[in-house]
Design a protein around this ligand. Structure first.
Ligand SMILES: Cc1cc2nc3c(=O)[nH]c(=O)nc-3n(C[C@H](O)[C@H](O)[C@H](O)COP(=O)(O)O)c2cc1C
Length: 195
């Protein structure tokens, strides 16, 4: 049974990205995956303090809820990450998690000395995001961030679901087609791990 981690990066519990991610989780579960959910707003995760306490072992030395997430990130086969667009970036909750994964960057590139671009991508994940405006470049910043985040996780970014013009809580419910796409993305991710 594939083990998939679903990370909710919005401060809104029932916001647009959370609803999309719920559908992706349902799709993955119905395709036979075991899904662990992480709601970042419920965790106490410090920002990266740039002290490089991780440089000996690749493990961050700040003792907070990131320690458990770190183990979950290493153990999962698949990842589903959802974040709203905040000032053309991911949410602060999401960014704090990503920055703490500098410990994994240190492990991969300083300790294990993997040449850039030569890590084996054994795992896969998807990224879900939503913004209020129509901006052509709305997702450009976060997509670069996510690309390099997935790189440190040795994960292929197999799908992105990016939706514009959704602002208020519940706006997503007017788009059953988007919810169906999220369901299918979760299902397809789980099915990708079938032998
Ligand atoms: C702090 C903050 C910053 C935001 N910045 C942007 C932005 O740069 N571009 C945009 O299109 N929407 C922006 N939004 C709107 C959110 O992306 C939008 O409301 C989205 O639907 C929220 O998703 P959620 O319900 O999953 O939290 C911002 C909202 C907040 C609260």
């Amino acid at each position: 049974m594939p083990n998939i981690l679903a990370i909710y990066g919005s401060p809104r519990r029932r916001g647009n990205t959370a609803t999309l991610l719920d559908h992706a989780v349902q799709g993955a579960q119905e395709a036979g995956a075991s899904v662990e959910k992480i709601v970042l707003r419920d965790l106490k995760i410090s920002p990266c303090l740039e002290i490089y306490g991780c440089k000996e072992t690749g493990r961050c030395i700040i003792l907070d809820d990131f320690q458990r997430v770190y183990d979950q990130l290493l153990a999962c086969q698949g990842l589903m990450l959802a974040s709203p667009i905040f000032f053309y970036s991911v949410s602060a909750h999401t960014k704090m998690l990503i920055d703490r994964c500098q410990s994994l960057w240190v492990k991969k590139y300083w300790i294990d000395r993997v040449p850039y671009g030569q890590g084996e991508l054994k795992r896969k994940g998807i990224f879900i995001s939503v913004g209020a405006t129509k901006g052509k470049k709305l997702f450009e910043g976060p997509l670069l961030t996510i690309k390099y985040f997935f790189d440190v996780l040795d994960m292929e970014l197999s799908k992105t679901l990016l939706y514009r013009e959704l602002d208020f809580e519940g706006d997503i419910l007017k788009h059953p087609d988007y919810l169906q796409e999220a369901y299918e993305a979760g299902r397809d991710l789980a099915m990708a791990f079938r032998p």
